[in-house]
Design a protein around this ligand. Sequence first.
Ligand code: UN1
Length: 507
Amino acid sequence: MEFLKHLSIQPHNPGVSTGTKWFEGAGARLSSYSPVDGKLIATTGAADRETYDQAIAQARQAFAVWRNWPAPRRGEVVRRIGESLRAHKDDLGKLVSYEMGKSLQEGWGEVQEMIDICDLAVGMSRQLHGLTMHSERAAHRMYEQWHPLGIVGIISAFNFPVAVWSWNAMIAWVCGDVCVWKPSEKTPLSAIACQHIAAGVFKEMGVPEGVSVLVNGGLDVGQWLAADTRIPLVSATGSTRMGKAVGTTVATRLGRSLLELGGNNAIIITENADLDIAIRAAVFGAVGTAGQRCTTTRRLIVHENVYDAVLSRLRNAYAHLHIGDPLDPANHVGPLIDKDAVTNYLSALDAVRAAGGSFAVEGGVLSGPGYESGCYVKPCIAEARNDFDIVQHETFAPILYLIRFKTLEEAIAFQNDVPQGLSSSIMTLNLREAERFLSAAGSDCGIANVNIGTSGAEIGGAFGGEKETGGGRESGSDAWKAYMRRQTNTINYDTQLPLAQGIKFDI
Ligand code: UN1
């Protein structure tokens, strides 16, 4: 466990930080157990209301200074964080893998996603541009500019314990905001490691204390953030249930929220698909991160003419999956996050059977040597109908539902007929099918891919989805605008004061 030392993780860690300073916090301590071997990794303090309020006060002070730093200089801070992440990639990837349970490849991939967003944010720091408009009045100029918003609250989930913070924080920082991060109580150590990495750069560059605040804790801390009028934007990633609670609380005070919630992502495999690509995409999409990505492939909508071929290839691929210690590179699939997740997985299997579904690849909990934590489950495949209640729900586990279709219209209707709208794909070499899927009458998701699976989005595009996924967009494209306030400026350099719309008002 050398990586813990390299990342400054102690057996007992303080729970709250304003950057370089750490505070114990008098909230109920958090214990982080690894789902890999069931062992206690370390504990952290947690925020109580008083420590929380002090940390927010520090963030406010920091904002008053930080917003005046030129954006490219803030970009330089983010560039250095990216460099430090490169230096810590191996260790941080291992910690993510050990604390959360995803394969080491995916742990490293998550850190790479952080590095990528740093690079993107550095470039953005010189491109936070507004438009200029032509005024209807002579000798007047109109333009818009984007100013920093203030404190950005970040609530992140266990499944991407470090990357989701970085998508928000790196961009918010170049925008001139300061961040308050409430990580998942299931992965507090990964958050502590990130805070140490950022603080190292802050110290070197004289970044004001309070630009990066970490508040570990439980549900109550998330509720404080959501209700806090000092926080103009709350970005929350997690379940639809959590997002509805946060979004409602933020809305009652007319704050802004950016919600990244559940997905129920499907791949449509038409009779014109390249099945080699389709099967690889489907298997990685369904079992990667043990089915605990918001972009996980949960439904496979397969044309009747290729259904049997797809099923037999999937059976074959699933038979070759290695399930076990995610830090062992020979394994494809690690554990679920905890025993509650295992319970949810098992009740989903019961619900499939009760609804009349059957299993083409059986699931179950693994036991015996290497599986002592009780969190390892078998990825499984159920033949189901799209309108089963359980199929309409997001179960955070490696359960893939197979659904048969006859016409593309029917397939697209199935794809869209769920409450969520995050990611979607079509596998086809037929241009007409692909374009219909991408058209206004096609997929209703925030992400729609062709011959690529539903998970593993690159950070250059805007990431997020529609309907119960919450509507927020993070990462690339112009998602930075959510972290700033827009101001329209009209400047009169005339000797007269003409009124807009030609109104006459003589005194
Ligand atoms: C998530 O599961 O919350 O597209 C994010 C992907 C990753 C991000 C997933 N880049 O699968």
